[in-house]
Design a protein around this ligand. Structure first.
Ligand code: ME8
Length: 660
């Protein structure tokens, strides 16, 4: 019996409209929920909005609106964005709802009854952007928040506190017992080290503004916006309530096999430390996993209002369709890693993988060979008579389906798509080598039928394997195969495992191509419509492409081999004192002893962002001293006008592996 599965996104602040960062998290959660539903699990997918707090109150004032009117107005673009992106959430929570308010107060009372709440005076720095207190140590010069680069505010008021300090040990014990609680692993290490340093009690109420949930029995105070917000995951299900009173809570919280919170790495601490501590205090079950994905830049730049590159998803959906954008999100960046949203990469992937890969496979067989030679019908074949080449493709399909499933379960979407694309490529190669157009000319109907059936059935498998990422296109693909749309059903596992589901005689349909290729002028006009210009680096690269390389510009292969390039894993990273640029890294380059490397990247990477990453180093560079420290190698990084990116590898290859 498949057990319930619960997946959530962060609830987004409504101070601004949705952008592709929000879309990225929401699409990921939708992909998870669609995958689990396909496997027959009762699944609940929650998203929603964070509508309280000082930040929202101030934005409402700027717009000269009452806070409630402001948040009501801002909710619509989020709902629309998720609809446009095919994100089929089951719940959409707004923290201003009465049900949520009651549950926040219920949580407060449970924590209070445990003796974990007390009243005291408080004075500290506060960043309104983060809605979070900051320690002096965290601030940048000029009292700036390290995330928002804006001045923090000094706050002094009477406040209720949560005895977070009591939970240092229980949290560490919990982490120990649940080694998958935070993903990716490197982020879990950061959380553990933070908690190991000891936790300070947390201020959980405010009196200097009104826009929030009143504290029970002391309405002068409003509940701290993060305590309020985190509770959404439980309140949306109607809990915590007596058994039977909140069926969704019973099913998807209490009895769930998985409770997975997908969040950006910016808010990991709130989810991996505060949230479990609140729940422990209240005696409520803890989630099973917090998945912290990486940060997206846009065409190499940080998204920010001042740069005017806040990218809303709507125009992209209009230009490419929801499924293409979803595919790009899931394929381009390893989930968990930082990445870049680039319009050009999107176009490249569209043409290279969707149009030339999957679209081409479809066109060659369904729209051409089957239509012209088999009256558009799925042919009948004798499975016992299949050739080795056919069997090899069937084996490939089995391996790809199993691998993709494993990766979807681990939320490694890019890997799931890699595995699936191995099947797409194998099927295209199969068509190249079996040459069905020649079989048609030779009038070899039996072999032609075998080849066509094998490809059509592969396409049927692909229409399921790609469904979580591209639901609409997959149903279009199925319609062309003469199959009904996929209808996930509880307790029925629809993942492909048995060959031969496609019935002989089924009438295929040739509609418009699934992924028509864009030519250069179409690409240019799309980019123009989206207002994308070449960056100076791209202009330079294009100019270089045009100037022919002379013989003298080449080096011999042996020259290249002199450079010992190796993969290394960053074990430790810290800033070099008094240096603006240098980070000191301790790496494992597979030599049985660590190496120290100094890299001038501290303006682009925080040390904790590097720990656990696989990087590429020049291992045979003469050691040299920088700021009195020896550097035993060089880290490779690429840079353009917008910043710098450390080179890595996209699979977990062994440290010390040569790169060539
Ligand atoms: O933090 N790249 O809301 P928020 C990738 N209300 N993901 C991004 C992104 C980017 N550039 N920008 C935003 C809040 N995100 C709180 C959450 S939850 C109980 C309360 C995504 O509107 C990412 O998931 O600032 C990030 O964690 C979230 O949006 C922050 O959204």
């Amino acid at each position: 019996m498949a057990r319930p599965y619960y997946v959530t996104t962060p609830i987004y602040y409504v101070n601004d409209r949705p952008h592709i960062g929000h879309a990225y998290s929401t699409v990921a959660a939708d992909v998870v929920s669609r995958y689990e539903r396909l496997r027959g699990k009762p699944t609940y997918f929650l998203t929603g909005l964070d509508e309280h707090g000082l930040k929202i109150e101030r934005r409402a004032k700027e717009e000269e609106l009452a806070p409630q009117d402001f948040v009501d107005r801002m909710a619509a673009p989020f709902r629309l964005a998720w609809e446009e992106l095919e994100c089929a959430h089951d719940g959409f929570i707004r923290t201003t709802s009465a049900q949520h308010r009651e549950n926040v107060q219920a949580l407060w009372k449970l924590m209070d009854a445990r003796g974990d709440i007390y009243l005291d005076d408080y004075e500290d720095w506060y960043c309104v952007g983060c809605e979070s207190f900051k320690t002096e140590k965290e601030l940048l010069e000029g009292n700036l928040c390290p995330i928002h680069q804006k001045p923090v505010e000094r706050i002094k008021e009477r406040s209720y506190f949560f005895r977070l300090s009591n939970y240092t040990k229980p949290l560490l014990d919990f982490y120990e017992a649940h080694p998958d609680f935070v993903q990716p692993e490197a982020r879990f290490n950061e959380v553990r080290s933070f908690v190991k340093e000891g936790l300070r009690d947390l201020s959980i109420s405010r009196t200097s503004f009104r826009w929030g949930v009143p504290v029970p029995e002391d309405p002068e105070h409003v509940v701290y916006v993060w305590l309020d917000a985190l509770m959404n995951y439980v309140s949306a299900l109607g809990g915590p309530a007596e058994e039977g009173e909140a069926p969704l809570y019973d099913e998807f919280w209490q009895s769930s096999e998985a409770i997975k919170h997908i969040v950006g790495k910016d808010i990991l601490r709130f989810h991996a430390i505060y949230w479990p501590a609140f729940l422990m205090s209240a005696g409520i079950r803890l989630p099973t996993q917090i998945w912290a994905h990486g940060w997206l830049t846009v065409n190499g730049e940080k998204m920010s209002k001042s740069l005017g590159n806040f990218l809303p998803p709507g125009p992209l959906v209009e230009a490419f369709g929801a499924d293409v954008l979803r595919y790009y999100f899931m394929r381009e960046v390893g989930f968990g890693q930082d990445g870049d949203f680039s319009h050009r990469n999107l176009l490249n992937r569209y043409n290279g993988e969707l149009a030339n890969g999957l679209g081409n496979l479809m066109n060659r067989i369904v729209a051409s060979i089957v239509k012209k030679n088999l009256e558009g019908r799925v042919p009948e074949v004798d499975f016992d008579a299949l050739s080795d080449a056919d069997r090899q493709l069937i084996d490939k399909a089995n391996v790809a389906a199993q691998e993709a499933a494993k990766h979807f379960e681990a939320l490694a979407f890019h890997r799931a798509l890699d595995s699936t694309w191995e099947l797409v490529s194998a099927a295209n190669k199969y068509v190249d080598s079996t040459e069905p157009w020649k079989l048609a000319k030779q009038d070899d109907k039996t072999r032609l039928a075998e080849v066509c059936y094998t490809v059509l059935e592969t396409l049927r498998w692909l229409s399921i394997m790609l469904f979580p990422v591209m639901p609409k296109k997959c149903n279009e693909l199925r319609a062309q195969l003469g199959m009904p749309p996929l209808l996930p059903t509880e307790q029925v596992d629809l993942w492909p495992s048995a060959w031969g589901g496609l019935r002989p005689g089924t009438q295929t349909q040739t509609a418009t191509p699934l992924f028509p290729r864009f030519d250069e002028s179409q690409e240019r006009s799309i980019l123009e419509r989206l207002g994308v210009e070449d960056t100076p680096t791209q202009k330079k690269a294009a100019a270089m492409k045009e100037t022919k390389q002379s013989e003298n510009d080449f080096i011999e292969f042996d020259d290249f081999l002199k450079v010992d390039l190796r993969v290394a894993v960053v074990k430790e990273a810290e800033r070099v004192e008094k240096s603006k640029k240098l980070l000191k890294l301790i790496v494992d380059a597979g030599e049985g002893r660590p190496r120290q490397i100094l890299a001038g990247i501290s303006e682009h990477y925080a040390p904790e962002d590097l720990v656990g990453r696989r990087v590429v180093i020049v291992a045979n560079l003469k050691p040299r001293k920088l700021m009195g420290l020896e550097s035993q190698g060089m880290l490779l990084a690429a840079s353009d006008d917008t910043g710098l990116s450390v080179l890595g590898v996209d699979k977990d290859v062994e440290p010390g592996s040569p790169a060539k």
